[in-house]
Each structure stands twice: as C-alpha cells, then as structure tokens.
Design a protein around this ligand. Structure first.
Ligand code: UDP
Length: 318
C-alpha cells in the first residue's frame, strides 16, 4: 500500500501541481476542494489514475476523508482579486480550515504542511525577507483577510506542533506562476499575458516601481516536497530571489509574447507591498533547494497554456 496524501485546495493552481509531484513520489493522493476558486480542469489529466481521487469538501467545516499519512493544507483563495471577492471564506479557511486539517493530521498521526505566504511579511520594511522577520501587516486593511488568516494559520500550526506533537511544516510561498493559473484571477502575470495576447494595454498599478520575485511553479513545488520530508518545523521561504519591478515584468511579457501592447497606468491598490524578495539561504542550507528556471524561460514555458486559456475564454464569451 502506498502512502496516502491529502491535498486541501488540491485542484487549485499550486495544489494541482503538488498533486502531480506527490503521485510522482509514489503517494496516492486525495485532492479536497470546495471549488470556490479551484477548477477540476486542473486535474483532468489525472481522471484515469487509480491513485488519484477528488473529493468535494469545504474544509472550513469539520471533515474526515479517512486515514492519511500526510496532509498538505493548500486550500484558500490566493490572488488579491479572489481573496477580496471572498474575504470571509478566506478568513474561515485560514482559521477553521487550518484547525480541521490539523485535526485530520492529528487523528491519523500524519505529517502536516501548511501553505503559508510571503504576505505574512506585509509591506516589508526588511529587504530581502528572512524567515526571522515578523512583518509589517495592516491588520484591518483590504489585504488583512488573507494576511491575517495565514498568520493565524501559522500560529495554529505551531500550536499543534507544541501542544499535540503533530509533525508540522510551514512553507512561505512567494509569487509563483505557470500553467493552470486562471487568466482572470487578477494576478500580474496572467493579466499581462492575457492583455499582451489580446493587444490590450498592460495595466501597471501605480508607477510600476514596486517589485516582486517570480518563481516558476515546478521550482516552487520541488521546494515544498523537499520541505515535507525535512525535520524543519519553523517557516521556510520558497521563492525565486530574482527581483523585478512591475514595469520590468511587463517588458519581459511583451518580449516573450512578441506583443506590441503599450503600458497603461492605473491607481495602486491600497497596502500594495512596495518590495518583495525572499532570502532563501535557509532553504538552500536545509533542503539543498534552489530555483532553476528564470523568469523569461518560465514565461516561455507558460506561453502555450496562456494562449489556449485566452482563446478558450474568448470563445466562451462569443
Ligand atoms: N499589478 C499590476 N498590474 C496588474 C496586476 C497586478 O501592476 O494588472 C501589480 C500589483 O499592484 C502588485 C504586483 O503587480 O504590485 C503583484 O500583484 P499580484 O496581484 O500578482 O500579487 P501580490 O504579489 O500583490 O499578491
């Protein structure tokens, strides 16, 4: 019998890539999702794999999917547009959903890995961000439904380690991109890819000098799987430290798509972090992990997916 893994949020963007990787590691996998922002099309290719199973579960309610060896808790809206649209479900899945997922791990003596986020650092005053930085978060601003839910989820995870001896791990995921991102989830790379392909202006919020550091999804998932096998219980940053301004990111997308789109400036959303770059020395040291795919290569590897997704969106509107 192979080990059984539960992935909450298992049909979301990163969650579905994680399911693929875990199947590759020899696990049988249950993907649990309430389909609020996740999509079954992300696991369509696994439909005939007898080691894969989808269960429609809202983990913000108590649940039990049977004995498992590992729980990967990835359920949550994750793009600013999605978590703003679903603020209260985002708070619930980060709080109640984390407790329920931890309870499953505790009940079955399973390992547990929480998908946390660079948003725990808020609009950071320390740069690049090390895991030891406590962050600079507005607890009542529009992003707080996500940031505070994930900070609470980290606290709950550490409490189950301390009080219940669950074998827990916490990954802080930085901006990740690649195939299976929704073209309309509002994040910068899908927005720019879509706008470039349609010949529309690329929407730069603010003056575009704010920075992000973009990690290709296969690198991200590789780091997560390594962390799941490690003895580290405190948070570990997994992200690509190559930092770009948003204008530079737009230029990369224009170059890779060959688009003639112009830049269109729009207001900066409230509390938008000005800079973000992971310090990954801890992941390098503990996991021997390092991202391999640079932004231009990753954008090229994503082109075909975005072409098809943009075409599918256009034909569903017609
Ligand atoms: N952004 C932008 N244009 C867009 C979408 C996003 O300029 O069409 C900016 C956004 O203001 C932020 C950065 O790109 O500074 C990354 O935004 P995203 O929503 O991808 O994720 P975040 O890192 O803010 O969670």
């Amino acid at each position: 019998m192979s080990n059984r893994a539960l992935v909450t949020g298992g049909v979301g963007f990163v969650g579905s890539h994680l399911c693929d990787a875990l199947l590759g590691e020899g696990y049988s996998v249950i993907a649990a999702d309430n389909l609020l922002t996740g999509r079954l099309s992300n696991v369509e290719h696994l439909r005939n794999d007898s080691r894969f199973e989808f269960q429609e579960i809202d983990v913000s309610e108590p649940f039990d999917c049977g004995a498992v060896d590992y729980v990967f808790h990835f359920a949550s809206p994750a793009s600013p547009v999605d978590y703003s649209a679903h603020g209260i479900p985002t708070l619930k899945v980060g709080s109640l959903g984390t407790f329920h997922s931890l309870d499953v791990a505790r009940k079955y003596g399973a390992g547990f890995l929480l998908a946390s986020t660079s948003e725990c650092y808020g609009d950071p005053l320390e740069h690049p961000q090390k895991e030891t930085y406590w962050g600079h978060v507005n607890p009542i601003g529009p992003r707080s439904v996500y940031d505070e839910a994930k900070r609470f989820a980290e606290a709950a995870t550490m409490a189950y380690l301390r009080y219940h001896n669950v074998n827990t791990h916490i990954v802080r995921i930085f901006n990740t991109y690649g195939p299976r991102m929704q073209v309309n989830d509002g994040r910068v790379i899908p927005n720019f890819m879509r706008q470039a392909m349609l010949g529309e202006g690329l929407t730069i919020y603010g003056d575009g000098s704010q920075t992000r550091s973009f990690c290709y999804v296969s690198d991200e998932v590789d780091g997560i799987v390594r962390l799941s096998k490690s003895d580290e219980h405190e948070p570990v940053n997994i992200g690509n430290p190559n930092e770009f301004t948003i204008v530079e990111c737009a230029q990369r997308v224009l170059a890779v798509t060959g688009s003639k789109s112009r830049l269109r400036y729009e207001p900066l959303p409230q509390d938008d972090p000005k800079q973000r770059r992971p310090d990954i020395s801890k992941a390098r040291r503990l996991l021997g992990w390092e991202p391999k795919i640079d932004l231009e290569t990753g954008l090229r590897m994503s082109l075909e997916y975005f072409r098809q997704a943009v075409a599918a969106e256009a034909s569903s509107r017609a």
